[in-house]
Design a protein around this ligand. Sequence first.
Ligand code: IPT
Length: 496
Amino acid sequence: MDMRFQKTLSQIKNYYAIVSIICSLTPILASAQQAPAPVGPVPNARQIEWYHREIIAFFHFGMNTFTNDNEGDGTASPQLFNPTALDCNQWTSVLKRAGITTAILVAKHADGFCNWPTVHTNYSIKNSPWKDGKGDVVKEFTDACKASGIKAAIYLGPHDRHDSRYGTPDYADYYAGQLSELLRNYGPIWEIWWDGAGADKLTTAFYTRWADTVRKLQPNCVIFGTKNSYRFADCRWVGNESGISGDPCWSTIEPSSIRDESEHISQLNHGEINGSAYVPAEVDVSIRPSWFYHPEEDSRVKTVSQLWDLYFNSVGRNSVLLLNFPPDKRGLVPNIDAQRADSLHRLIVGTFKTNLLNGSTIKSLHPRGPNFKPQNMVDEQEGTFYATKDANKTDTITFDLHSKKTFDVIKIQEVIELGHRTIGWSVDYSVDGKDWTAIPEATGKQSIGYKWLVKFNPVMASKIRLRITSGKACVAIHTFGVYKEQMSTSDIKLSL
Ligand code: IPT
């Protein structure tokens, strides 16, 4: 046989040998490359979208605005409703500047007065002097939202102190009729808000019917559910109106804790680690002391530092912040409230602009494989994440910064589509690269979920270590970042 041919043959044999080795390894490689399986309850598509809004604006504007009340008894005359300069485009421009992309309007509060010309009652703006009774706040609001790319949502108070049908079977028809009007005539409605306040007469049967209306007319509409609407809740109340989620704050909870809220305030606040339903917390709080506008509260608008704390205590605790901006009697969001929201936005964007872990060398104990490498935690990409092998529920991930850097904020995000996995984690830092110091605010932490943020006095480090100390399943971390807070001097002045 010709030598050249023999050589080629042996090359081919070698080639086949290599290919067959690769082929036999393929199943192993493939499993290492597969995403981890989800654990426990996971979010539906509405909830995933809801988490990504992060902050939602609330607009309490109605009869109470004109009677200087918060809880009108339903007897105020429609003649009193008369905004002098209502401009929903001003509301949405405030939100645009503040980076808020979703807004909920109170269409009817518990006083029963309707901000749109409903055919189902005369207790509405039809009988007000505003625009000679031809006005429609819901229309102006939804049009302004559409024009500025903001998702519009509606609060339709289940409790009604005006309508004598309240609590009777006729009320089910009345409310269903109003829901249909709102969900049919104003384009996409992103969320519907079922306040539990005063709504105890409403059994689950009422809500079953109304949820049916919502799902038929707007299948993608998020439902904020409370008390007897618990079965339909995409998101839950957090148990207070001060803007504070619990630590930990699990997205999971037992549905009965939502139903029987007065005995389960702590469960609403913290969620339940082994809860059978995925119903995360939406944290409703007002930028002023009250829900409705009162001139005497002009000097009590929350400061930038207070809003910054609120942000950490809600969005930073695996929740969505629902921040109320009460328009005044003119029908405008006061300047001071607008400026504070603007400053909060600048603070958020400025602080989280630069992850100081970018460019660091990252090592972990149990990487799953090349598709789930530790670098995915700092790549700012939506679709990538770090994961460990199925057998590893704990891990230590070390970031070498190559130089000393100062930071005072930590952000960590899990992959919510895969359920709550991590149930114990801590962060340490090292100045000299050898000895480790714990960050007390980031030690012995439990939940992560969509987003967890902590701030603390600045520390300087050349290495940072994330320790996942306990998990329900293997680790799946979407983001890990450390940042330096960026509070500008003008914002600090506004805080005074
Ligand atoms: C409280 C309700 O009971 C709860 O179901 C939820 O709707 C919440 O309001 C919204 O803030 S009542 C309130 C006076 C604490």
